[in-house]
Design a protein around this ligand. Structure first.
Ligand SMILES: [Zn+2]
Length: 219
């Protein structure tokens, strides 16, 4: 299941175009042990049901007069966003543009996946490159999702119902943004238990990406 894996080790062994500069790696060596950082890697692979080579049309979310062709078997799409994902592993959600995400969901491809993959794939967004469960003693676990943005990560945490604290929050998950270099929550919006999550997030030194893998900034 979920092992204790550092951001660094994940980045260095993952065959995805993501790396930390050697200066950053050197710097990180002298910091707190990774296992104490509260980052736990989440397995983002999934096991899709076998399908015939179905080509499905998906309408663009931006322009209804445009539609894209999705292949469930090959996990390909002819949209612009997929061009940046074509070399990524099959059966890993980092490969999925919104269109693949929607269609695979319709075909129950994430049925046997862990709860975090179900959450991410159910949000109707593009697949992140990596994700880490963020654990603190004072909160329910949150999820940090790394996209192809070097200065930004998404953060998912449960909302609280009446009378609940961050420790026993049971509401629906809400998506927040954390700005790595500015060390702040996006738009000042943070989850219940935000200061506790923040202590962990502050330990992210850097996430660097090769420029050619950066998707168009459209969402
Ligand atoms: Zn697509």
């Amino acid at each position: 299941m979920i092992g204790v894996v550092s951001v660094l080790s994940v980045l260095s062994r993952r065959p995805l175009p993501i790396y930390l500069t050697s200066a950053t790696q050197e710097y990180m060596k002298h910091r707190v042990g990774y296992e104490q950082r509260g980052f736990f890697e989440v397995d983002l692979y999934f096991s899709p049901p076998t399908t015939a080579d179905k080509i499905l049309k998906v309408r663009s979310f931006w322009n209804p007069s445009v539609s894209y062709s999705v292949s469930l078997r090959d996990q390909t799409c002819d949209c612009p966003d997929f061009e940046f994902r074509t070399d990524r592993d099959r059966n890993h959600i980092s490969r999925l543009c919104k269109h693949l995400m929607v269609k695979l969901n319709e075909f129950d491809a994430f049925e046997s996946s862990n709860e975090w993959v179900k959450l991410l794939t159910g949000m109707g967004t593009r697949g992140p490159i990596a994700a880490f469960e963020i654990r603190t003693e004072q909160t329910k676990p949150g999820l940090m999702a790394v996209n192809d943005k070097e200065d930004w990560v998404d953060f998912y945490a449960r909302t609280t119902r009446k009378g609940e604290t961050s420790k026993n929050a049971s509401g629906a998950f809400h998506k927040y943004g954390w700005a790595i270099y500015q060390k702040r929550w996006s738009h000042g919006n943070y989850p219940r238990g935000g200061p506790h999550y923040r202590k962990i997030l502050l330990q992210i030194d850097a996430l660097d990406f090769y420029e050619q893998t950066t998707s168009p900034s459209r969402k």
